[in-house]
Design a protein around this ligand. Sequence first.
Ligand code: CA
Length: 241
Amino acid sequence: MTTVNSSGSAAGRVLIVEDERALATMIAAYLSRAGFETSAVHTGGEAVAAVRDQLPDVVILDLGLPGVDGIEVCRQIRTFSDCYVLIATARKGEIDTLIGLSVGADDYIVKPFSARELVARVQTVLRRPRTGKRADDHAGEPALVFGELSVDPAGRQVQLAGAAVPLTPTEREMLIVLAARPALAFTRRQLIDAVWGSEWVGDERMVDVHVANLRKKLGDDPASARYVTTVRGVGYRMGQG
Ligand code: CA
């Protein structure tokens, strides 16, 4: 394992999982220059251990790894961590497969990517409400209740029938955005602006991935949704379909 710039953590901690060592070094250099604390590992097995040990804010996860592949690494990370996972894939077509697999990644980036694009993506995920000021905007607000589902925007807690629902940061933010304005049908772009930020550029189907995962965790049937309803021709809204 290589650690770069471990002295100061200004912008956030990023774990790079990439078996091409030269590429890992280059990514670490880009991110260090942008003020991130970075470390890199080169196999899937090391990756899971490093997430446990280092508690990174963001994991940049290469999909094609020797041994334990990126998909399995993402699944394992998700069993104990809600850090942001940005999957790097060499083929754009792979994103469709990943969407189908619902592995719990927060975003995808297609290789080859530019330094600027990568830094922008990482900055975007870290600007999101978990650590930003938008969480404070909800201070003192009561929990929003939809049948057995309770969404507490101030405490960032989501409960179903009294039990905490293990959501990723992206899923949680999306649910909070939807729940805060249940009368409104959001377009995918509006959800992206609210959750990822208006600078985010990418495939709007990312929204569908997170909605599908969210519904799975909430036990919601897409055909007759109780919580996250599809509004045909528009996008999604909160409440019974
Ligand atoms: Ca690789």
